[in-house]
Write a protein that binds this ligand. Structure first.
Ligand SMILES: Nc1ncnc2c1ncn2[C@@H]1O[C@H](COP(=O)(O)OP(=O)(O)O)[C@@H](O)[C@H]1O
Ligand SMILES: [Mg+2]
Length: 250
C-alpha cells in the first residue's frame, strides 16, 4: 500500500503535520454481513476541504458517507473525527453520538427517508430542538434556514407532498439548522430538474466559499468540476487522472 499523502499537502507541503485531520480513516474495513464493502481505507479530510467522491454504482460511496456520519462502524481499523475514535462503543454514549450527528450533517440521496414530521417548520426545528436550544433560538434558526434555502413560503406545508426539489431544500435546511461543520451529500443532483440542479450547484459553491467542509458523492460532472478541491476515486474508477485525487477501495 502507498503511504498516504493528503492531496492538499502535495500542493501545500508546508501545511504537513500542522494539525490533525478533521476526519481520518486508518485501515478502515467494513462489511455488510459477510460482504466486504470498504476495504483498508486510508483517508484524511481536513477542515474546509471540499471533496468529491466518484466511483461506479456499488463502489461504496454511500457506505463511506455513512461511516463519516457514524451510521456504520468498522470491523477492522479506525475512523477518527476531530481526533476522537468513532466506533460502536463510542457511539453508544448518547452525548457523543448526538454531538457527532450535530457536527457531521448527512443529506441522504432519498429525501423521503429524511422527512418525517407534519410540517416543513417542524422538520427544520427538529434538529435544533434535540440540541437543547431555547425555543427562541430554535425559532431564529428555523427562520434563518428557511430564508437561506428560499422556502419560507413552504413552512406550513406537509413535507411528504412537496416536489422533489422542494423536499431536497427542506432536507438541506433541516441539516443546516444544526450548524454542522461538515456536510455529507449523497448524489444531491439525482432526480432534480435542470433548474434546481443549477440552483443547488450555486448554493453548494456558496457553502464551500463560506468554509464548510463538504464531502459529496456525485456522478454529475459540472458539480464535481466546480466543487472539488480534490477527488476520492473509489473502486476501479479512473476518471481524470490529471486532477488531484486519492484512490481508495481498489
Ligand atoms: N444495507 C445494506 N445491506 C447489505 N448490503 C448493502 C447495504 N447497503 C449497500 N450494500 C452493498 O454495499 C455495496 C456498496 O454500496 P454503496 O455504498 O451503496 O455504493 P455506491 O453508493 O457507491 O453505489 C453494494 O454492493 C451494495 O449492494
Ligand atoms: Mg450510493
Amino acid at each position: 500500500m502507498h503511504p498516504y499523502v493528503h492531496p492538499q499537502r502535495l500542493h501545500h507541503p508546508h501545511a504537513a503535520g500542522a494539525r490533525p485531520a478533521l476526519m481520518r480513516f486508518d485501515d478502515f474495513c467494513f462489511a455488510y454481513d459477510d460482504v466486504p464493502v470498504l476495504r483498508h481505507i486510508d483517508l484524511e479530510i481536513d477542515a474546509g476541504d471540499s471533496v468529491v467522491l466518484m466511483g461506479d454504482n456499488g463502489s461504496g460511496k454511500s457506505t463511506l458517507l455513512r461511516a463519516m456520519s457514524g451510521l456504520v462502524h468498522p470491523q477492522v481499523g479506525t475512523y477518527r473525527f476531530d481526533g476522537r475514535v468513532v466506533d460502536a462503543a463510542s457511539m453508544r454514549d448518547p452525548e457523543f453520538s448526538r454531538r457527532l450527528h450535530q457536527r457531521v450533517g448527512f443529506i441522504f440521496q432519498d429525501s423521503d427517508s429524511m422527512l418525517f414530521t407534519a410540517s416543513v417548520e417542524d422538520e427544520v426545528a427538529f434538529g435544533p430542538s434535540q440540541m437543547g436550544l431555547s425555543a427562541k433560538e430554535v425559532s431564529a434558526r428555523v427562520d434563518d434556514c428557511l430564508g437561506l434555502l428560499g422556502i419560507g413560503h413552504l413552512r406550513g406545508r406537509a413535507p411528504y407532498n412537496l416536489s422533489g426539489g422542494e423536499k431536497k431544500k427542506v432536507a438541506i435546511a433541516s441539516v443546516l439548522a444544526m450548524n454542522p461543520e461538515v456536510l455529507c451529500l449523497d448524489e444531491p443532483m439525482a432526480a432534480l430538474d435542470a433548474r434546481t440542479q443549477e440552483w443547488l450547484l450555486g448554493f453548494l459553491k456558496q457553502l464551500k466559499h463560506a468554509g464548510k467542509t463538504l464531502v459529496v458523492a456525485t456522478h454529475d460532472q459540472s458539480l464535481a468540476d466546480e466543487l472539488a478541491d480534490y477527488f476520492v476515486y473509489m473502486g476501479d474508477f479512473h476518471g481524470y487522472a490529471d486532477r488531484p485525487h486519492v484512490h481508495v477501495n481498489e
